[in-house]
Design a protein around this ligand. Structure first.
Ligand code: NAP
Length: 730
C-alpha cells in the first residue's frame, strides 16, 4: 500500500521538501508519495485530526506551525521539548510523535564546510522556530558564547532564558561581533534585503543564512565579498530532510541526489517564483534544461565558497567545445518572442542570463519548450501581454534593456521589472527617454532612470530617436530589435562615436536572420515597419567564453589550444581576440571547423582599443600581466558600469598578485611580470573576472578564486572544461 507523507505550513507552495523526499522515495523504490498541504493557522487542529483520520505516515512542519503544533501531538521527544518547536511528525499506529531535526541540519551544514562552532562566539539573529533549533545546535556543539538579537526583544529574552544564552535588543545589532554570524530571521527572502550591514558582516569569519531562497542572499553575497566563509541555508534544509527521511523509513536516502535536486530547483524556482507566483513545484517543472549544461551540475551543486587553481606546468595542447554565444542567444530570444508562430533556436546557451530573459518573456505570453538542444519559442506576434507580473532579471543588463524595449510594445496592464541590487545601479535613462519619445509609458519606481520600473501599455509609434554614442550599445540594440513593430518604422541616430559598435552588428545579424533588414548610413540606423518571421536559428560558440581558453598558450608561454565550434567569421565583436593574440605573437590557424592558437615564448605587450569588444577587458588584462613590458587597454569607459566597475576590480585584484597597474578613465595600463604572489581573488559576482583569473592561475602559485559559482552567469561548464585541460595534459 502507498504511504503518504507531506509538509504542512502556510504558505508551502514553494517548499523544496516534496522535491527531495519524492526523489528519495523513487530512488529507493519505495511506494510512497510526499505532498505540500497549505494549512492556515486557524485550521491547524483540524488538519492534525485529518492527518490521523487519513493515516498520513509522516509530516514536515514549517512556518507558522512549529511551536503551536506541539499541543496537538500525542507525544514529543526531549529534543523537541528542549527546543520548543517540532519540525517532524511520525505517525506511529495512529499516535502522532513529534521531534525536531532542524538542529541536526544546522550542525551538518557547518560540518560540510569544515567549520566547528566549538569554542566560538556565535551571534544569532532572530528568535523564531529556526533560531530555537540553531541555538540548541550551537549549545550542543559547545559554542563558547551565544548571543541572540531579535526585533521583538521580549522573544529574544524568552529564548535566551530557555537556553541560558545572552539576549540583546535589535537596535544594538550594528555593534555585533564574533566568530560566527547566523541569520535565523526571514530577512533576505528579497534579494536586496539583509538583516545587517556589511560592516557587521566584516567582524565575523563565518556567516550562515537559514534563508535559502534566493540561494545567495544579500547577506551571503556580502560575506563572500568580505572573503568570509559563507554557508547557504539549503545545506541545513537538506540535512534536516535527510534526518526526517531516516526517521520515517529507517533508510538512508540518496543524499547527493537530493542535494542536486534541491539546488537545481532553487536556482530555477527563484527565477520563476517572482513572476509565476501561482506555480506549485512539481517534478520536472522549471526552465528547460540544456543537456550540455547538465553534466556540470555536480560541481555547481557543491557551491564551494572558493576554488584554488593548481598551476599547469606541462601544458602541451587542449581541444575543447565552448558553449554557444550568450549575446546571440538573447537576441534570438527577443526576435523569436516577437515573431508570430514557432521558431526553433538550435544550441541556445541556457545559462543564468538567457534563462532569466526567457522567464521574463514567458511572463508576457511567450511559450517555450526544449528538446534535444532545440528551444522552440512560440511568439506573441509583436504584442507582449502585460498582466501585472513582476519579472526578475537578476544581474542581466543586456536582457533587461532588451526586455524594457520589448515590453513597451505590450498590451494589457503593466509589467514590473527588477533585479539584483547591482542591476538597480545600472542606468537605463537613455533608453527610457528614447522609448518615451516613441510614446512608451514607463514609470521608475524608486529613482528616475533606474530599475525597478513599471512598463504600462503605451501607444508606441515609430519615428526618429537620438542617442549619444558613448552610452551602452545595448540601448541601440534594444531599440532596433523592436523597430519592425513600430508604425512607420524606426530611425536611430547615434550622436558621436558609437562605442561597442560590434554588438550592434551582432544585433543586425540576428535580425536579418529573422527576416528584418537594418539600413545603416554612418551613424544612422533605419528599420522598416514589418515583422520577424518564424524561423530556425543555430547559435555559434561564444567568442567571449572562448577567449579564456584561447589565451592559455600565451599565459603559459607554450602549447596550443583548438576550439572546435568557434566561428572566426562570426560578427561577435570578441572575435577580435584573434587579432590581439596575433599582435602579441601567437600563431592563429582558422580551420574549416574551429580555430587553433599556438604560442611559444613570452607574449609582447601591446596597446589595445577595445571600444568594440569591451568584454575582452578581463582576458586582456591577465594576458598583459604575463607580457613583456607595459601594455595598455583603452576605449571602454562604460566598463565602470558593468556587473561591477570592472576597471577598478581588475586593477585591485591584479595588484594583489604584485602586478603594477594604473587605472585610466577608459582602461588600464598593465606592467607584465614573470611570476606572481599568491593571492585570494575577489570576483565581485562577476563571471568574467573569475574566469580570467582562473586562467592566470594556471601560471601562478596559490591563486584562490572566491565565489567560483559566479561563472554560472555565462559559462556554467567553465570549471569542468578547465578540469579537462588538466586531464588532457596529465
Ligand atoms: P519565524 O518563527 O516566523 O521567525 C521569524 C524571525 O524573523 C523572528 O525572529 C522575527 O522577529 C524575525 N523577523 C522577521 N522579519 C524581520 C525584520 N523585518 N527585521 C528583523 N527581524 C525580522 O520563522 P522561522 O521558522 O524561524 O524561519 C526564519 C527563516 O529561516 C525563514 O526564512 C525560513 O525559511 C528559514 N528556515 C530555514 C531552514 C533551513 O533548513 N534552512 C529551517 C527553518 C527555517 P520577531 O520575533 O520580531 O517577529
Amino acid at each position: 500500500m502507498y504511504k503518504v507523507y507531506g509538509i504542512i505550513g502556510y504558505p508551502v507552495s514553494h517548499s523544496l521538501s516534496p522535491v527531495m523526499h519524492n526523489l528519495a522515495f523513487r530512488e529507493l523504490g519505495l511506494k510512497a508519495v510526499y505532498g505540500a498541504f497549505p494549512v492556515k493557522p486557524e485550521d491547524l487542529s483540524q488538519a492534525i485530526r485529518g492527518v490521523k483520520a487519513l493515516g498520513i505516515s509522516g509530516l514536515s512542519v514549517t512556518i507558522p506551525h512549529k511551536v503551536e503544533v506541539i499541543n496537538l501531538l500525542d507525544e514529543i521527544d526531549e529534543k523537541a521539548k528542549e527546543i520548543g518547536a517540532v519540525n517532524t511528525i511520525i505517525n506511529r499506529e495512529g499516535r502522532l510523535f513529534g521531534t525536531n531535526t532542524d538542529w541536526i541540519g544546522a550542525l551538518k551544514a557547518f560540518e560540510e564546510v569544515g567549520v566547528s562552532p566549538s569554542g566560538k562566539r556565535v551571534v544569532i539573529l532572530g528568535a523564531g522556530g529556526a533560531s530555537l533549533a540553531i541555538i540548541y545546535a550551537m549549545v550542543r556543539a559547545c559554542a563558547k558564547e551565544i548571543i541572540v538579537y531579535n526585533r521583538t526583544f521580549e522573544k529574544a529574552k524568552e529564548v535566551a532564558e530557555r537556553f541560558s544564552v545572552l539576549a540583546y535588543p535589535w537596535e544594538d545589532v550594528y555593534d555585533a561581533y564574533g566568530d560566527i554570524l547566523i541569520n535565523a530571521t526571514s530577512v533576505g527572502l528579497k534579494s536586496f534585503d539583509s538583516p545587517v550591514a556589511k560592516e557587521v558582516v566584516s567582524r565575523f569569519s563565518v556567516v550562515m543564512d537559514s534563508v535559502y531562497m534566493p540561494l545567495e542572499t544579500k547577506l551571503l553575497a556580502m560575506a563572500k565579498e568580505e572573503n568570509k566563509i559563507a554557508i547557504d541555508g539549503l545545506k541545513m534544509l537538506l540535512y534536516q530532510g535527510v534526518e526526517q527521511f531516516k526517521l520515517w523509513t529507517g533508510l538512508m536516502p540518496p543524499v547527493d541526489k537530493m542535494r542536486e535536486a534541491i539546488y537545481r530547483e532553487v536556482l530555477t524556482l527563484y527565477c520563476h517564483s517572482v513572476h509565476h507566483p501561482t506555480v506549485t513545484p512539481t517534478e520536472g517543472r522549471g526552465l528547460p534544461e540544456n543537456p550540455s549544461t547538465k553534466k556540470s551540475q555536480a560541481w555547481r551543486l557543491t557551491l564551494l565558497p572558493e576554488k584554488e587553481i593548481k598551476p599547469l606546468r606541462d601544458f602541451k595542447r587542449a581541444r575543447l567545445r565552448v558553449p554557444s554565444s550568450k549575446s546571440l542567444t538573447q537576441r534570438a530570444l527577443i526576435c523569436s518572442a516577437l515573431a508570430a508562430g514557432k521558431s526553433r533556436i538550435i544550441n541556445p546557451l541556457l545559462s543564468e542570463d538567457p534563462r532569466l530573459l526567457l522567464s521574463a518573456l514567458e511572463a508576457t505570453g511567450v511559450k517555450a519548450s526544449f528538446s534535444e538542444n532545440n528551444l522552440i519559442i512560440e511568439g506573441v506576434a509583436g504584442r507582449p501581454k502585460l498582466s501585472g507580473e513582476k519579472v526578475y532579471l537578476g544581474n542581466n543588463g543586456t536582457g533587461t534593456r532588451f526586455f524594457i524595449a520589448y515590453a513597451s510594445l505590450g498590451q494589457g496592464s503593466f509589467v514590473e521589472v527588477f533585479g539584483k541590487e547591482r542591476l538597480h545601479e545600472r542606468p537605463v535613462a537613455p533608453l527610457l527617454s528614447a522609448l518615451r519619445t516613441l510614446s512608451a509609458n514607463i514609470e521608475c519606481l524608486e529613482r528616475e532612470g533606474y530599475l525597478p520600473l513599471r512598463i504600462y501599455e503605451g501607444k508606441l509609434k515609430g519615428g526618429k530617436v537620438r542617442l549619444p554614442g558613448n552610452v551602452s550599445s545595448q540601448f541601440i540594440s534594444a531599440l532596433l530589435l523592436i523597430g519592425p513593430y513600430l508604425s512607420g518604422g524606426l530611425t536611430v541616430e547615434v550622436e558621436g562615436e558609437l562605442l561597442s559598435a560590434g554588438y550592434v552588428e551582432t544585433t543586425i545579424e540576428v535580425m536579418k536572420h529573422f527576416g528584418v533588414d537594418v539600413e545603416r548610413v554612418s551613424g544612422v540606423f533605419r528599420v522598416k515597419e514589418g515583422f520577424y518571421k518564424e524561423t530556425e536559428y543555430e547559435v555559434p560558440a561564444d567568442a567571449s567564453s572562448s577567449s579564456y581558453f584561447l589565451s592559455i598558450p600565451l599565459i603559459l608561454g607554450k602549447g596550443e589550444v583548438y576550439i572546435e565550434n568557434y566561428s572566426a567569421t562570426s560578427t561577435q565583436p570578441d572575435v577580435a581576440l584573434l587579432t590581439f593574440l596575433k599582435e602579441m605573437g601567437a600563431k592563429i590557424e582558422v580551420l574549416p571547423l574551429g580555430v587553433k592558437v599556438a604560442f611559444e615564448g613570452r607574449p609582447k605587450a601591446c596597446e589595445f582599443n577595445i571600444s568594440d569588444c569591451p568584454d575582452l577587458f578581463p582576458t586582456l588584462c591577465v594576458l598583459l600581466a604575463c607580457a613583456q613590458g607595459k601594455g595598455i587597454i583603452r576605449g571602454a569607459p562604460h566598463l565602470r558600469y558593468k556587473e561591477t566597475d570592472r576597471i577598478r576590480a581588475m586593477a585591485t585584484e591584479l595588484k594583489k598578485l604584485g602586478v603594477e597597474v594604473e587605472e585610466l578613465p577608459d582602461g588600464i595600463v598593465v606592467e607584465g611580470r614573470e611570476d606572481f604572489k599568491p593571492a585570494r581573488i575577489n570576483t565581485y559576482d562577476d563571471h568574467r573576472i573569475a574566469m580570467s583569473f582562473a586562467i592566470l592561475g594556471l601560471r601562478s602559485i596559490g591563486l584562490i578564486i572566491n565565489n567560483p559559482a559566479c561563472v554560472e552567469k555565462s559559462y556554467p561548464e567553465f570549471w569542468e572544461h578547465l578540469e579537462s585541460v588538466y586531464a588532457q595534459n596529465s
